[in-house]
Design a protein around this ligand. Structure first.
Ligand code: DQA
Length: 391
């Protein structure tokens, strides 16, 4: 695949321009990182920056013949340029819009993107790492294009459906991404897992959901995840889904939400799989206080009774908690304590500890340990590295 990395006005100043917002990497650094990342995924990358709207438009037109995907940071033109919207639309080259900064938390005019509706996806607020994520997203989208469906009226109430090649009815893995419920982290985090699991013969339903206020908040997030699981009933006929073989798989904060989806949805999953899950919020450590307060609001800790998976047991479903022993983001004892409590509460539960896995490894098909994760996500038997915890 040939990828065009396109940057708009003022991005030539990266590294010097407001480093507190945009970071210290220069545009040349970014282009180099992107080229290396694209090469690792087997793609060629060409990088171009312009401060001129017309030149960007001409480049996008030309990309029709020369590129299979565009990773595009339109800079401030995304807030002003219908012409760029039309160019992206006319070129019909899948384009991922990137913003380095969190445009939803800055001046109100930055929240509006005129170019986004013409793009296949938007990534913002992840720093320059967002460029690499955009390339990964193009890679997985090309490998297996998803069908994006709405399960509700809100723009965030969408999910990507991928179906295996074989005839159905298909088992289904519902994927709930993590990211601490914050706005910048969205379902592309689960693209790799979705494509891999689909190749292994399960349909995947990689869901988006409303996150922190003002767009969402814990009630909306939980309601969305539950609604997304239940939406399988209305699409199962058209897409050949087997509702007796559904698994709900949540990563990190997505495991907190996935737990409630698995517990309360009318479509009953055969297993809830937590990957590096935040499952015992009351004991997760002070480093998470700000995240939890942003998600739960001012009376956050009073809400724990309603939102903390370990306090809401039993789930009424088998659970498998996978956690890397070298997880530097969410402590592995979250999963240990949860599995012990789940067994006491009567949920058949297993703990799978992966010796070498860090936080993001448990959702990466390229990481060691993935075979174990995939088996759990497919609802298959799970091998223990350790004896199951005794109760
Ligand atoms: C930007 C955000 C825009 O609002 C701004 O005008 C830029 C950079 C970003 O990458 O965060 O130039 O696109």
């Amino acid at each position: 695949m040939r990828i065009l990395l396109l940057n708009g006005p003022n991005l030539n100043l990266l590294g010097r321009r407001a480093p507190d917002i945009y970071g210290s990497a220069t545009l040349a650094d970014v282009a180099e990182q992107c080229r290396a990342h694209a090469a690792r995924l087997g793609h060629q990358l060409e990088a171009l920056q312009s401060n001129h709207e017309g030149e960007l438009i001409d480049t996008i037109h030309a990309a029709r013949e020369t590129a299979d995907g565009i990773a595009f940071n339109p800079g401030a033109f995304s807030h002003t340029s219908y012409a760029l919207h039309d160019a992206i639309e006319a070129a019909e080259v899948p384009t991922v819009e990137i913003h380095i900064s969190n445009v939803r938390e800055r001046e109100p005019w930055r929240r509006i993107s005129l170019t986004e509706p013409a793009c296949v996806y938007q990534i913002f607020g992840r720093g320059v790492a967002g460029y690499l994520d955009a390339i990964s997203h193009l890679h997985y989208r090309m490998a297996h294009p998803p069908l994006t469906l709405s399960y509700g009226p809100h723009a965030e109430q969408v999910a990507d459906l991928r179906l295996p090649d074989a005839p159905g009815p298909h088992p289904v893995a519902v994927l709930v991404h993590g990211g601490g419920w914050t706005d910048p982290y969205t379902r592309d985090l689960m693209d790799g897992a979705a494509v891999d699991l689909t190749t292994r013969g399960t349909a995947t339903w990689n869901i988006e959901y409303r996150r922190i206020p003002p767009a969402g908040g814990w009630r909306d997030s939980i309601a969305d995840v539950t609604a997304a699981v239940d939406a399988l009933s209305s699409i199962s006929g058209d897409h050949g889904l087997d509702l007796d073989r559904v698994t709900v798989v949540g990563h990190s904060a997505g495991a907190q939400l996935g737990f409630f989806g698995a517990k309360t949805a009318s479509v009953r999953p055969v297993v809830f799989v937590s990957l590096a899950g935040m499952l015992d919020l009351g004991n997760i450590g002070p480093g998470f206080d700000d995240l939890i307060s942003a998600f739960l609001g001012d009376d956050g800790h009073a809400r724990l009774q309603e939102v903390d998976p370990i306090r809401a047991l039993p789930a009424g479903v088998s659970t498998v908690a996978v956690h890397g022993r070298v997880d530097r983001s969410v402590p592995p004892d979250q999963s240990r304590r949860f599995v012990e409590a789940a067994l006491v509460a009567g949920d058949p539960s297993r703990l799978v500890e992966l010796a070498e896995a860090d936080h993001m490894d448990v959702i990466s098909p390229l990481a060691t340990g993935w075979e174990e994760v995939a088996r759990a996500c497919l609802g298959g038997p799970v091998r223990f590295e350790d004896p199951p915890p005794s109760v």
